[in-house]
Design a protein around this ligand. Structure first.
Ligand SMILES: C[S@@+](CC[C@H](N)C(=O)[O-])C[C@H]1O[C@@H](n2cnc3c(N)ncnc32)[C@H](O)[C@@H]1O
Ligand SMILES: [Zn+2]
Ligand SMILES: [Zn+2]
Length: 144
């Protein structure tokens, strides 16, 4: 896995709230302006996510990262995001296990796009994590 990740320090039960995301909410059209005006290492666009169609939440780029910034994607995740910002366990998570969610479930809903090679290591790993309109068009073309 690239970079940092979040690991449980105790047993977590299915359905438990692991954390609540916070940050700076913007309409998705503002992302281009912000990428031009805020230094990339501060904005850290890798730590953004959709919280509602048309609205992205960026991490708090004035004050820096929250631990939840470091929750990685998995194709076989241990948690999910509900109500836009609440990270909740979708199965029991043992102490020492990685906390993850499926980024496609939150982020593949708008014009913001990204891709990276997935290193989640699960047997059903999809290989690439691709979100954004261009990938949805490709996927539909393959299906049709
Ligand atoms: C919200 S951050 C997660 C924390 C990140 N690992 C870090 O150290 O800042 C999202 C970024 O982490 C990396 N990442 C997350 N899940 C990954 C995965 N399953 N395989 C490879 N890279 C991953 C990607 O670069 C992605 O853009
Ligand atoms: Zn962050
Ligand atoms: Zn994967």
């Amino acid at each position: 896995m690239e970079g940092k990740g979040v690991y449980s320090v105790r047993d977590i039960k299915e359905g438990e709230v692991i954390g609540v995301f916070g940050g700076i909410v913007i309409p998705e059209e503002e992302i281009d302006h912000l990428t031009r005006t805020v230094p990339a290492e501060k904005l850290n666009i890798d730590h953004a996510m959709y919280i509602y169609p048309g609205f992205l939440m960026l991490h708090d780029y004035e004050n820096g990262c929250d631990p939840l910034c470091f929750v990685n994607h998995s194709c076989d995740p241990s948690s999910k995001i509900t109500n836009g910002i609440i990270l909740i366990a979708i199965r029991d998570i043992a102490a020492g296990e990685e906390v993850s969610w499926n980024y496609k479930e939150t982020d593949d809903i708008g014009n913001w796009s990204y891709e990276f090679k997935c290193q989640c290591g699960s047997p059903n790993c999809k290989g690439m994590v691709q979100v954004g309109p261009q990938y949805r068009v490709e996927a539909n073309a393959i299906r049709n």
